[in-house]
Design a protein around this ligand. Sequence first.
Ligand SMILES: NC(=O)c1ccc[n+]([C@@H]2O[C@H](COP(=O)([O-])OP(=O)(O)OC[C@H]3O[C@@H](n4cnc5c(N)ncnc54)[C@H](O)[C@@H]3O)[C@@H](O)[C@H]2O)c1
Ligand SMILES: O=P(O)(O)OC[C@@H](O)[C@@H](O)[C@H](O)[C@H](O)CO
Length: 454
Amino acid sequence: MSAELPRLGRDVMPQPKAPVRMVHLGLGAFHRSHQAWYTQHAGDAGKWGIASFTGRRPDAAEVLAAQDGLFTIVERSDAGDSFEVVRSIVEAVDGADVQRLVELVAATQTAVVTLTITEAAYGFGADDVTLLRAGEKPTTPLGRLVRGLAARRDADAGPLAVVSCDNLSDNGNVARHAVANLAREVDAGLADWIDANVSFVSTSVDRITPRTTADDVQLVARKCGYRDEAPVVAEPFRNWVLSGDFPAGRPRWEDAGALFVDHIEPYENRKLWLLNGAHSILAYAGQLRGHTTVAEALADPVCLHAVEEFWDEASRHLAGDDLRIPEYRAALLDRFGNSRIAHHLAQIAMDASTKLRMRAIPVLRAERAAGRSGEGAARMIAAWAAYVDSNPGLQDPQSEAVAVANKEVGSERIAALVALLDAELARDSAVVELVHKLSISFAPEVSANAGTAA
Ligand SMILES: NC(=O)c1ccc[n+]([C@@H]2O[C@H](COP(=O)([O-])OP(=O)(O)OC[C@H]3O[C@@H](n4cnc5c(N)ncnc54)[C@H](O)[C@@H]3O)[C@@H](O)[C@H]2O)c1
Ligand SMILES: O=P(O)(O)OC[C@@H](O)[C@@H](O)[C@H](O)[C@H](O)CO
């Protein structure tokens, strides 16, 4: 039936096309449910079009380009679904088209570059140094951005803002260092130009956006009367906190609810520890206990207890009345419990070594500095340790080091894994013993008979 329907596009649904003033790297589901949505809902949306580039594969760009950048957001709550066509992406491009990226980053009218390239993509790209030095096409998003910034300097196109929207603590500074280090290896003058002309904005970003399924595509066809091969499903909740300068201007995202603050760290920590930390616990403990989605894992009292215990610890280190921690926690339980959003634990589990360093380690360190064991944070690490024991192929930027650690046994294995997260904590025998003890409780035969994860 859906094959007979017209394909979504600006002919089927006439929509104004704003001029490109933003460039995005990492055209995935989250960029579309978050930055593209906020840009569409800015009061001056008509002035701000986004050219969005994929990271590793062309597929998402090809599908979206065939729809003139239009796609449907399916906002999914327990009460039902609502549908909205988003028009802010005006160009969808294969990330391998470095020439187009360079043209756009070097254009005077481009004011903002946003990133959702995943946490793991901020590591040092040694291969790109060689390619950039040789004048060949870089292969990573940050290598490509450095090439674009070099062209902007050469074109004397003025300053701009780079806005990381990945789940990283201090993501603006992480992006600044990653870009500056790469640039300095290639051209010290370029690194100085970036330092003087590029503002790196830090953000806390939030909107649960699972991968789109074939059922979602069918649903949009049935409900909307057109064929959209690239809809995005997201929860109703959304949040965007930003801190930093926009020297060439920006959309009025505050009209859509974005918050601009001077000090972002408390907001970042609240989100990364409470939301993403809980997600990591559920990802490892939940899958070990046979669950597939966040909502299923949360309904398991053992997993819920582990989350609440970690939240109690983390909350002690989240200061400021305006953070409204009790309300935030209650809202998270509601959001995680939205069983109509099938948020797969396997997706969250990937790249653990990067994620746990930001989610478990700061809380564990703070708890130990306060003279407590940090059992809640240790349990998150223990769940990961147990998970990689039975799932050694888990995607991780340090997968080789994880494999080496996995060859050890008992507490030596745990120490080697903890060392991938924090060298100092790995030398603390009390931490290693605690994580070891907790990881044993996740072993399949123990976990099947245990009333709690303790
Ligand atoms: N999905 C969410 O609910 C959500 C919410 C908040 C923040 N985020 C952040 O957004 C990021 C992307 O999430 P998504 O759901 O859009 O994922 P996605 O898989 O739909 O898209 C990610 C994009 O980044 C590219 N990419 C992935 N890994 C890369 C790598 N190592 N190098 C270069 N490019 C790479 C992909 O090709 C794709 O274009 C997350 O990693 C997270 O930091 C996601
Ligand atoms: O790859 P991650 O772990 O950074 O992201 C997976 C989820 O935890 C994440 O997408 C959350 O849904 C998101 O951070 C909610 O805003």
